[in-house]
Design a protein around this ligand. Structure first.
Ligand SMILES: Cc1ncc(COP(=O)(O)O)c(C=O)c1O
Length: 242
């Protein structure tokens, strides 16, 4: 990270739990990252939108909590799309030093004219609701995660990057590159995702978009029956590659 910082560097975008890997940085790692940002005096945009969606006792740690100096350098962003499944309501929110929050507010009110009042009231209701509802949903995601990892383990030639949070699994498919589907060679994650979509109607996100061309991203933000069907099709697809 240090070697990537230049005099022009203004901000680190830090997303934990992460989309696409589901990785969650532990407190020690977050403190190390904070130290580098403090020394270089760069801002951090901390995207914590998956903070409540963690599994097996893993807990995320907010970089703004590292020190007073880090708090002054951090813009923590969040939203109701993930924890409350309110994706369509289009509400996000942030915590930042007052002057930064004010500047963001001035810009945003001109850029988007703000979120509609109905969505804002729904958000207040969601944020004020008990964590019991969230816990129930986290348990559902945890079960889907287990199911998905189990189904992936049954497919020869691919493996999963095990996530601790969010609702994605990076599927490592690079070992299959060089094989063909209906005469067309699969050489990268876009070829893989295209061929899978064409032949089995299963949509994945090519890992090249995230700098990991040996992977495609799967999401488990859908019901178990669909997950089973999707993984059955992926298994069939992989089995027919030659
Ligand atoms: C890491 C991360 N941040 C923010 C968002 C934004 O969600 P929305 O635009 O629904 O608020 C997403 C959605 O996929 C995300 O994965």
């Amino acid at each position: 990270m240090k070697s990537a910082i230049t005099p022009k560097t203004k901000m680190l975008i830090f997303n934990s739990p992460s989309n696409p890997t589901g990785a969650v940085y532990n407190e020690a790692e977050v403190r190390e990252i904070a130290k580098v940002c403090e020394e270089a005096e760069i801002f951090v945009l901390a995207d914590e939108i998956y903070e409540k969606l963690c599994y097996n006792g893993v807990k995320p740690f907010s970089i703004a909590a590292c020190s007073e100096k880090m708090k002054d350098l951090t813009i923590t962003v969040n939203g109701v799309s993930k924890t409350y499944a309110m994706t369509g309501w289009r509400v996000g929110y942030l915590a930042a030093p007052k002057d930064i929050a004010k500047a963001i507010d001035s810009f945003q009110s001109h850029a988007t004219s703000n979120a509609c009042s109905v969505s804002q009231y729904a958000t207040i209701e969601a944020l004020a609701s008990s964590d019991e509802e969230i816990g129930a949903m986290v348990n559902v995601f945890a079960a889907r995660r287990e199911k998905l990892l189990g189904l992936i383990a049954e497919i020869d030639g691919v493996e999963a990057v095990e996530p601790d949070g969010a609702f994605y699994v990076m599927l490592v498919v690079g070992g299959l590159y060089g094989k063909s589907c209906n005469g067309k060679k699969i050489m990268n994650s876009i070829d893989f995702a295209d061929a899978l979509l064409d032949t089995e109607k299963v949509a994945t996100v090519p890992g090249v978009s995230f700098g990991a061309d040996d992977c495609v991203r799967l999401s488990y933000a859908l019901g178990e029956a669909d997950l089973e069907e999707g993984l059955k099709r992926i298994k069939r697809f992989v089995g027919t590659l030659e």
